[in-house]
Design a protein around this ligand. Structure first.
Ligand code: WQD
Length: 342
């Protein structure tokens, strides 16, 4: 059984689909603070298999203990559950430190208590801050985090590293995602930000659908070819496959150390204007936008050196930016027309 914490969320739900398709038994634990339980129904619709589901606040040690006692067959964990809105983390730092760090520590304590020996951790390229050199590789320097959210990812990796040092029997992989985008090709699951989207792609698809007046482009005065900021946009299904590969790596004892780190990106940077133009071309939908000032905390450009993940994991991103934008657009349309609670 694989425990997927945060498994009704964006990347967690897509990874649960891939795990079920691979024949794993899946237990999703989620507090539903930023997602809906009916994602479970759609995971079943896609795969024909229903994961176990427990509504759990993992930052609560009693609830987490009960979860592990109830499910003694957990052999590996993929830990997605965390608060992840950069801007909100600046406004409410304690909420982020308490939730993200207590959840991880409760899970690590229960791993030791219940002899669970494998954990894949959902980390982020945000740990690199504004990189000195590009592309960014796994040994690139960690910069001072530019948000409490990013700092919880850095501290989480440090906690894991310290536990790994004294627990040789437990094996960890930290996956540093660049910018996850897109949706499942079935259009039954996708990114569903509550309220006004922080991230670029859901803001674009909601603008395209007519829910938002216009996209604000946060700055066109960066030192980039077209002046807008550059990111490495990685498809959520490609990302999910990397988690399956990582889980198998641990379960089959193919890892070369008990704490490994991998960058998950495409290796290609795309600017905001490139994303807008690609979306309009591939989806046939015009996007109104206006250029405004830079957003506090944004970095100028980042993209991944993917060689280590390619060579060591045997994983490579396959989807193009256009394909990911199309699945995101199909999901937006399917959700608004068929799933949104009227
Ligand atoms: C991308 C680009 C914005 C919105 C963050 C976290 C990262 C991960 C993904 C959680 C930037 C520009 C955006 C808009 C815009 N989060 N933009 N108008 O900030 O690179 O990464 O989200 O796992 O850890 O750091 O992603 O999608 O917010 O922004 O111009 O309305 O789009 O300035 O250049 P970001 P993003």
């Amino acid at each position: 059984m694989i425990l997927v914490t945060g498994g009704t969320g964006f990347i967690g739900s897509h990874t649960s689909v891939e795990l079920l398709r691979e024949g794993f038994e899946v237990l999703i634990a989620d507090n539903l603070s930023n997602s809906y339980a009916d994602v479970i129904d759609r995971i079943e619709e896609i795969t024909g298999k229903r994961p176990f589901f427990e509504r759990t606040d993992l930052s609560n040690s009693e609830e987490t203990d009960l979860l592990f006692e109830k499910y003694p067959k957990i052999e590996a964990i993929i830990h997605f559950a965390a608060s992840k809105a950069v801007g909100e983390s600046v406004e409410k730092p304690l909420l982020y430190y308490k939730n993200n760090l207590n959840s991880l520590m409760n899970i690590l304590e229960n791993m030791k208590r219940h002899s669970v020996k494998n954990l894949v951790f959902s980390s982020s390229c945000t740990v690199y801050g504004e990189p000195d050199e590009l592309p960014v590789h796994e040994r690139s320097p960690i910069k001072i985090a530019n948000s409490p959210y990013g700092n919880t990812k850095q501290i989480s990796e440090e906690i894991i590293q310290d536990v790994a040092k004294v627990s040789s029997e437990i094996n960890f992989i930290s996956l540093r995602y660049f910018n996850p985008i897109g949706a499942h090709p079935s259009a039954l699951i996708g990114e569903l930000p509550l309220g006004i989207p922080n991230n670029l792609i859901p803001y674009i698809t909601q603008t395209g659908y007519g829910l938002r007046e216009a996209l604000k482009v946060f700055g066109d005065d960066y030192n980039t070819p077209d002046g807008s900021a550059i990111r490495d946009y990685i498809d959520v299904v490609d990302l999910s496959r990397a988690h399956i590969i990582s889980i198998k790596r641990l379960l089959n004892h193919k890892n070369k150390a008990n704490f490994e780190i991998f960058n998950l990106g495409t290796g290609t940077g795309s600017s905001v204007f490139e994303v807008i133009r690609t979306f309009e071309k591939v989806c046939g939908q015009k996007i109104n936008f206006k250029v405004v000032g830079r957003r506090e905390g944004d970095i100028e450009k980042v993209w991944a050196d993917t060689r280590y993940a390619n060579e060591e994991l045997g994983w490579k991103a396959e989807k193009t930016l256009g394909q990911s934008l199309k699945t995101a657009w199909d999901w937006e349309n399917y959700y608004r027309k068929n799933l949104e609670k009227k």
